[in-house]
Design a protein around this ligand. Structure first.
Ligand code: NAP
Length: 277
């Protein structure tokens, strides 16, 4: 470890956020973690009474975010690393899923993350250093039936991350979009929002997907603690990547997607070129 940093991680009650907080604390860093209940705050602070600092925040409480970040910077200290981890998955066939579910998905996974970035950027720009990690997903590159809103939100966060990386690089601020494959967290369990089925036409396509996801929950390939160690390596790197995939499933599926995309672009190249001039 080159030096001790102060990390602000959203959603440290379970999963990646909790694992990263634990590993960062073990490595000697200070972690301010956001949670949504007093009990979760107490549980988190018990991890390291001097260096684990809990704050209550729902990332969709947009009007509260600037104040929470300002309070953290004045009472705890400058934030070196923001990790936008808080998020959840909506599952449901697009035609069946209410627009309100899409709004909620984007409020948490996209607008919440952007509001957090906007709150820490003034301080990072003034200090001419900082690192923002956005936990996206392999679903920010690949898609499958039944998670249109989730993939849409993660594609959005990938695009926003990559753009921001270009905007703030010259200020000494790095942005890394971390795209995990399937990991053993509460994502497909207690945290998932599942829209009930209503259109029989989709039964054959979607019912097996829903069932398989429920059966796989808790048995996924990826270990969140190993993901946390990988994220720490990126945080401690002098030249962090703009994109990082985590897990061999993400690696294989994203590579296949990029190959298929390149093939399709080539197949239609003549028509693509025909619109110039
Ligand atoms: P998790 O165990 O369910 O953890 C999600 C965390 O986000 C919890 O701490 C939860 O808090 C918090 N959260 C959810 N909505 C929030 C809100 N509106 N405001 C503040 N906090 C909120 O699942 P996880 O897998 O670790 O999820 C973390 C991130 O990884 C998410 O962005 C997810 O999309 C992404 N991801 C997960 C996987 C996977 O396979 N697990 C793969 C790719 C990407 P509460 O305890 O209060 O609900």
């Amino acid at each position: 470890m080159s030096f001790e940093r102060t990390l602000l991680i959203t959603g440290v009650s379970s999963g990646f956020g909790r694992a990263l907080a634990q590993e960062a604390l073990a490595a000697g860093h200070r972690v301010i973690g956001t949670v949504r209940s007093e009990q979760a705050k107490q549980d988190f602070e018990a991890l390291a009474p001097d260096r684990a600092v809990g704050r209550l925040l729902d990332v969709t409480d947009f009007d509260a975010i600037d104040g929470v970040v300002a309070e953290i910077e004045s009472t705890v200290g400058p934030i070196d690393v923001l990790v936008n981890n808080a998020g959840y998955g909506h599952e449901g066939v697009m035609e069946e899923s209410p627009l309100a579910e899409m709004r909620r998905q984007f409020d948490v996974n996209v607008f919440g993350a952007v509001a957090m970035m906007k709150a820490v950027l003034p301080g990072m720009r003034a200090r001419r250093k900082g690192h923002i990690l956005n936990i996206t997903s392999m679903g920010g590159f690949i898609t499958m039936p039944g998670i249109a809103y989730y993939c849409g939100s993660k594609f959005a966060l990938e695009g926003i991350s990559e753009t921001l990386a270009k905007e703030v690089k010259s200020f000494g601020i790095a942005v890394t979009a971390v795209a995990p494959g399937s990991f053993r967290t509460d994502w497909a369990g207690r945290s998932m929002a599942r829209t009930p089925r209503s259109i029989a036409d989709y039964d054959a396509l979607f019912d097996p997907i829903r069932r398989a996801r429920e059966e796989k929950s808790g048995k996924q390939l990826g270990d969140p603690l190993k993901a946390a160690r990988a994220m720490l390596a990126v945080i401690e790197s002098d030249a962090p990547p703009v994109h990082l995939l985590l897990g061999s499933d993400a690696l294989g599926l994203v590579r296949d997607k990029l190959t298929a995309l390149a093939d399709e672009i080539s197949q239609w190249e003549t028509l693509t070129r025909s619109t110039d001039g």
